[in-house]
Design a protein around this ligand. Structure first.
Ligand code: BEZ
Length: 325
C-alpha cells in the first residue's frame, strides 16, 4: 500500500512538474503597425527564430503585422495589461507618454542612417529608454530604425511655398505636426494602414513617409513626385510588456534581450541597403524624384528648433552629440 502511495505521489509530482514546464513555455505575441513584408516585420520574425532556437523550442514568437492588434496606442495598452508580450513601436507612440522622445524627430538631427545609428546608441537616447517602465509600463530593449523621411506629393513642388495649405498625411505625432504646421501645410494625422486609400480618394494631397513605404504601399502609383528631403530620422523602439517581463526568469530575459537587440541592430545595417534599393525601384516606376537638403525648408527649421528646445530639453544634448559625429 505504502509503495503504491509513493508511486502515485511520484507520478503526481512528475505530472505537476510537467505541467509547470508546459505552463512556462510561451508563444509570445509581437505587434507591429507595418506591413508583413516590411523590414521591421522581417526582423521580428528573425528574432522569433533566435528565441526558439536558444530556448530549445520552448518559447516561440508570432508576429502580428499591419496593425492586426489595433493602433499603436491600443498595442501600448495591451502591453501594459500583459495581453501583448512585445512590440516594435514607432517612437511616435512612446513619446505621447515620454515627451523627451519627441526630440529624436528634430529635422536634420542626423543626415542618414549611419548618423541615426550613432545618435540612438549615444548617452542621451539610451537614457530615454530608462524612462519607459515608469512612464509607459514597458521595458525599452533598444532602438531600431526605418528609412529617412521623404515627401510624396500628388502636386508639383518647386519650392517650400508649394506645400502651403496642402493636406499632408503625417504619422499622428506632435513633432511632425509642428514641422508641417510651421511650413503652413495642413498636417493630416493618419495611421499607416489608411494611407493608400486616403491618397487614392483625394483625402490627402501628399504623404510624409519613406522610400520603403512609398514602394511597398504603392504610393508612387498615386503621386506626382517624391521630394527626397531626408528631413528626419524615424526611430523605432523594441519593447516588452513590463508585466510579462516580471514573470520571466533571468535566463529567458537574457535570451529575449539579446535576440531583440540583434534584430533591432540588424535594421541599421540593412536599411542603408533597403533605402538604396527602394530609391531605385521608386525611380524605376517613372515618378520624378527630386533630392533637396535643409536649405529647401529655409527659416522653418529655426522656428522648429525654438519650439522644440522648450518642449523636449533633451534636444540640446542630442544636437551637441550630433555635432561631434
Ligand atoms: C509611418 O507612420 O509613416 C511609419 C510607421 C512605421 C514605420 C515607418 C513609418
Amino acid at each position: 500500500m505504502r509503495k503504491m502511495l509513493t508511486a502515485l505521489c511520484g507520478a503526481a509530482t512528475l505530472a505537476i512538474a510537467g505541467f509547470a514546464a508546459d505552463a512556462a513555455a510561451k508563444e509570445f505575441k509581437i505587434g507591429l503597425i507595418v506591413p508583413a513584408n516590411h523590414a521591421w516585420t522581417l526582423a521580428a520574425n528573425a528574432m522569433g527564430e533566435e528565441i526558439k532556437q536558444k530556448t530549445g523550442g520552448k518559447h516561440t514568437v508570432v508576429a502580428f503585422p499591419a496593425g492586426q492588434l489595433g493602433s499603436e496606442a491600443q498595442m501600448l495598452q495591451q502591453l501594459q495589461t500583459g495581453a501583448l508580450d512585445m512590440a516594435f513601436l514607432t517612437v511616435a507612440e512612446v513619446s505621447n507618454r515620454a515627451p523627451d522622445f519627441g526630440a529624436l524627430y528634430a529635422p536634420y538631427l542626423v543626415k542618414d542612417i549611419a548618423g541615426a545609428d550613432k545618435i540612438l546608441h549615444g548617452p542621451t537616447a539610451k537614457s530615454m529608454l530608462d524612462q519607459l517602465p515608469r512612464k509607459a509600463g514597458v521595458i525599452g530593449v533598444g532602438y531600431g530604425i526605418a528609412s529617412m523621411r521623404v515627401l510624396l506629393t500628388a502636386f508639383p513642388v518647386d519650392g517650400v511655398k508649394d506645400l502651403e495649405g496642402k493636406k499632408l498625411r503625417i504619422t499622428p505625432f506632435e513633432p511632425i505636426k509642428d514641422f508641417f504646421t510651421i511650413l503652413k501645410a495642413a498636417p493630416t494625422p493618419m495611421p499607416l494602414p489608411d494611407v493608400f486609400d486616403a491618397l487614392a480618394n483625394g483625402q490627402v494631397d501628399g504623404v510624409d513617409a519613406d522610400m520603403e513605404l512609398i514602394w511597398k504601399l504603392k504610393l508612387h502609383e498615386r503621386g506626382k513626385m517624391v521630394l527626397q528631403s531626408n528631413h528626419m530620422m524615424f526611430p523605432m523602439v523594441g519593447v516588452a510588456s513590463g508585466r510579462v517581463w516580471q514573470g520571466l526568469d533571468a535566463k529567458d530575459k537574457e535570451i529575449i534581450q539579446t535576440a531583440m537587440g540583434t534584430a533591432l541592430q540588424s535594421l541599421f545595417k540593412d536599411y542603408a541597403e533597403v533605402e538604396r534599393d527602394m530609391l531605385e525601384k521608386v525611380k524605376g516606376s517613372g515618378i520624378p524624384v527630386r533630392a533637396v537638403g535643409p536649405e529647401f525648408f529655409g527659416d522653418a527649421l529655426k522656428e522648429y528648433e525654438t519650439i522644440w528646445l522648450k518642449k523636449a530639453p533633451a534636444l540640446e544634448q542630442l544636437r551637441a552629440e550630433a555635432a561631434k559625429l
